[in-house]
Design a protein around this ligand. Sequence first.
Ligand SMILES: [Zn+2]
Length: 240
Amino acid sequence: MIYYILALVVMVWSIIVQANLKSKAAKGSDITTRSGLTANQVVERMLSDHGISDITIEHKSGQLTDCYSPREGKIYLSDTTYGRSSITAIAVAAHECGHAIQDHEGMLIYRFRQTLAPVAGLCSRMAVWIVVAGVFITAMLPRIININPEIGYYVSIGGVIAYFVTFLFYLAMLPVERNASSRALKDIKENGWFSDGEMKLGRKILRAAGDTYAVSLASSAITLLRLILIAGGARSGRRR
Ligand SMILES: [Zn+2]
């Protein structure tokens, strides 16, 4: 029961956060900054200010496709960011640049997140099936063949541990994202790329974007809880 209440709360929260981000980003997209610099120019300036010379900027068509790819050494900017001078474009581009700086400086939590990234996706996809397989083993197999019913429980626990890796990834994501935004805002402020009013909205946009990662973390915590409850069910099933 508690699981369903929590899941509902996070779902409503997620809708509010998405709507807030959408409205803030749309508002910022309509305003051209006073400095008139494009997102590309801001990225170039930030990179060179931080002594980074091996990263290139590329256009990636679509929306919300902005990202920093450490593997390719590229900062991808989306349709609404590439070559644009809006508050949203500058804030988003500077945020992605913040990730490049984290990488360049070898920030520990950034490295940790990067290490987990490829495994986290796989673990997230596999975990549920492993837990379900454990429950199935507990419920069915001892009736068919002579095996220790405890095995099913341990298989389920394996699934929970797999999902815990995914949870750790989301946990690491939060400080990494917040830090990239604060680096972005610091550089924007120091260079005077935003006026005071623009700064206010820029900060709100990045904060709203950061909230989406808090939602992801909460939702992964709920999934983890659910898997623990199911795995626990596998054990009580064995006791019966
Ligand atoms: Zn980011």
